[in-house]
Structures are given as C-alpha cells and as structure tokens.
Design a protein around this ligand. Structure first.
Ligand code: ADP
Ligand code: MG
Length: 317
C-alpha cells in the first residue's frame, strides 16, 4: 500500500531562530571552522541530535564526519580553492524503528544549515509514490516527486522495491533511471537517502551498480539494546508529560525483555506503541473513578498495573 507522501518543513530545530542561518551578504568571510559553525548554527542541530537520540554512536559520528567535510569545503571555497560539490547521497540501513526516518530529518536540517541544499525539507516516499500502474505513468509521477523534493532530501523507504527483476517489464526500472540522472546532475540541490533492511539493500546494490556508485555514504542503524530501549521509553514519556510511578519502570524493563523475544519487534517504534497502549490503560483506570478529583500526579503517572496488564505478561490482549 502507498504511504502518504509528506513534506516536513526544515525547521526541525525549532529553538534555533531561522534568521540566524548564515547570510552570505552580511556575514564576514569565514576563515576558521568556528566561523563556519557559528555562521551556520549547525552545531545546535548536531548537539540536539546527540542529546535527543539515545545511542546510535556510529551514526552520530558519521554525521559529524559529513558535516566536517562540508565545513572544510566552505573554507576552501572562501580561499578560492577548487571545490567539487561532494556527492552526499546516502543509504540508511537497519531494522524498523531504529531511527532512520528521524535521523534523515535531522540530516536535512544540517545540510540546509551548511548551505548544501536550499530548503532542507524532507519528502518521504515509497515505491508506490514513484511508480505508476500503467505505461507512461511512471515518468510523470517520479518527476513530480523529484520536483517536490528539490532543495531538500528525498527519502525513499524500502528503496529495493523499485527493482523487481522477476517482472520483466516492471516500471520501477524507469523510476530508477530517472532517479540516477537527477542524482548525478542535480546533486548540488538534492540529496537522496535510500532506506531499508540491510540485506535487501545489499542485494539491490549488487543488481544496480549505477545506484550503488552514486551512494557516497552508507550508514548502518543497529538494533537498540534493552537498556537503550528503556532510555528511549523514558525520553518518550518525558516529552509526552508522563512518568513512571513507583516500580513501573522496572515493570517496563521486564515488559521489554519479554517483548524482545517475540516476533515483529520493531525497536523504538515498538516502545512508542507500547507506551501508547499503557497510556490507554492509564486513561481507562482513571476513567473508572468518576467522582475522584484527579491530581496532576494522577494524570501524569503510568502505574505498574498499566504495564502488567499487557498480553506479553500472559494476560488477555
Ligand atoms: N535513538 C532514539 N532515541 C529516541 N527516540 C528514537 C530513537 N530512534 C528512534 N526513535 C523514535 O522511534 C520512532 C521510530 O523511529 P523511526 O525514525 O521512524 O525509525 P525507522 O525509520 O528506522 O523505522 C520515532 O518515534 C522516533 O522518534
Ligand atoms: Mg522510517
């Protein structure tokens, strides 16, 4: 099924004023890394990324490396040195819920602040947004998506579905060819990120050397450890204005241990879904007490029974 295409404006780091982004007409020519960082306000986004996202150390390091490359490029440009627009197309591989979409959004913002793309928005699509059902429908569809993504990041989820070798006249091939052209010719204003499972992406790259050669950065998103998942749960609850009551965090830890052993575990996404169900149970519990005045504490606390009622503990769903 087709997922809705959504465009997200570049202001991921809402607490950094947009006006603060470097304006080459007023800023003095940058000569130091610090100048570029200050002028672009890119450090604020990188710090946010470090801080908001649990774990992902290798991914965060790769993003710093890419930012460093762009900063140095800018300084080279300011010295009149040859600056070849680096290719920044990427692949983000990992299991569901490992943070690929979330990091892509931050990446779009970083590339924008460093002046690599004009707008810094992210357009997320799947095969169905690019490929038509009938002859002649694919090219206009793909071009329409590319037009929307220009000046930002095009995020193609489960990109390998574009290639269906078992189907001789699959229109996905047409979409791939258009993408390849644009990835080469307009790489100064569009970054394409291909996302999906690692093994399927490897197979896709093997059969599509043209695509493989245009992807400069491969970022692997590992599964989260139990402890990281627990920390992610804390973060999510905090931003939703909830907290664990006495013993509830331990119960949630136990929930995770059991849930990790079950099929279809989807990392941070499963944590989010579990918390949503726990909030439902909390609401039902509070709803029973018709006449009781509910305090702030009542309204914000997830209690142990809200967790233990889950079917992973053997209770009915
Ligand atoms: N490292 C992390 N720290 C905190 N929250 C995370 C982290 N990784 C993912 N999330 C959250 O988990 C959910 C799923 O992440 P998402 O980026 O959609 O994963 P993917 O695209 O890999 O399937 C989102 O709500 C996201 O905010
Ligand atoms: Mg995703």
């Amino acid at each position: 099924m087709s997922q809705p295409m959504y465009a997200i404006p570049g202001s991921v780091a809402a607490n950094v004023p947009v006006e603060a982004v470097a304006d080459p007409t007023v800023a003095p020519v940058a000569r130091t890394v610090a100048d570029v960082l200050a002028q672009s306000q890119v450090e604020a986004v990188m710090d946010e990324l470090d801080h908001d996202l649990v774990g992902l150390a290798p991914v965060k390091q790769r993003i710093r490396d890419i930012a460093a490359l762009l900063v140095i490029d800018k300084l080279r440009l300011n010295q009149g040195l040859a600056a070849q627009t680096p290719s920044l197309h990427m692949s983000f591989t990992g299991n569901p819920g490992t943070g690929k979409t979330t990091v892509a959004l931050r990446m779009a913002e970083i590339l924008h602040r460093l002046g690599y793309v004009r707008k810094g928005h992210l357009v997320a699509v799947t095969r169905d947004d690019l490929v038509g059902q009938y002859i002649g429908h694919t090219a206009p569809k793909t071009k329409e998506v590319l037009k929307k993504a220009m000046g930002g990041v095009l995020f193609i989820d489960e990109a390998y579905y574009l290639y269906r070798p078992e189907n001789e006249r699959d229109y996905g091939q047409e979409a791939i060819e258009i993408l390849l052209q644009v990835m080469e010719n307009q790489r100064d204003d569009l970054v394409v990120i291909l996302a999906g499972y690692k093994d399927r992406m490897d197979t896709f790259f093997k059969s599509n050397p043209g695509m493989s050669s245009r992807i400069a950065h491969h970022l692997d998103f590992p599964d989260y450890s139990h402890d990281e998942l627990l920390q992610i749960g804390d973060r999510m609850l905090g931003t939703m204005n909830y907290r664990f009551g006495t013993g509830a965090r331990d119960a949630f830890g136990e929930y995770l241990t059991r849930r990790l052993e079950q099929p279809h575990f989807a990392n941070a996404r499963s944590v989010r879904n579990a918390l949503d169900r726990m909030r439902l149970r909390q609401a039902s519990r509070l709803f029973e007490a018709r006449d009781r005045e509910l305090t702030r504490e009542d309204l914000t606390t997830i209690e142990t029974p809200d967790i233990r009622a889950s079917r992973v503990f053997g209770a009915s769903p």
